[in-house]
Design a protein around this ligand. Sequence first.
Ligand code: SF4
Length: 89
Amino acid sequence: MDNKKECKGCSATVRQSFEEINKQMDEYVKTIPLDDCVEDDEYKKRLQACKDCLALYYESTCKYCGCFVRMRAKRKNKSCPYPGQDKWK
Ligand code: SF4
């Protein structure tokens, strides 16, 4: 019997591909009440700003807030956390 304990976060069963993560983000975004969402044009504008931003890590995650930007950018009440400059405005 292998008594070696592995970190759950590093085990193969919890690893997800980029495509799986994107699919889950898409599913999550669909659950946000419409009143809490920005319009599609604004959403695309925000995501483009993130795409052009050096603070975007792994093509998905904001360095400053740790959020998946596809989730954060969809919400009306969220802003870009870039220090001193909201890049979504
Ligand atoms: S700092 Fe703003 S623009 Fe840059 S990745 Fe984060 S949310 Fe996107």
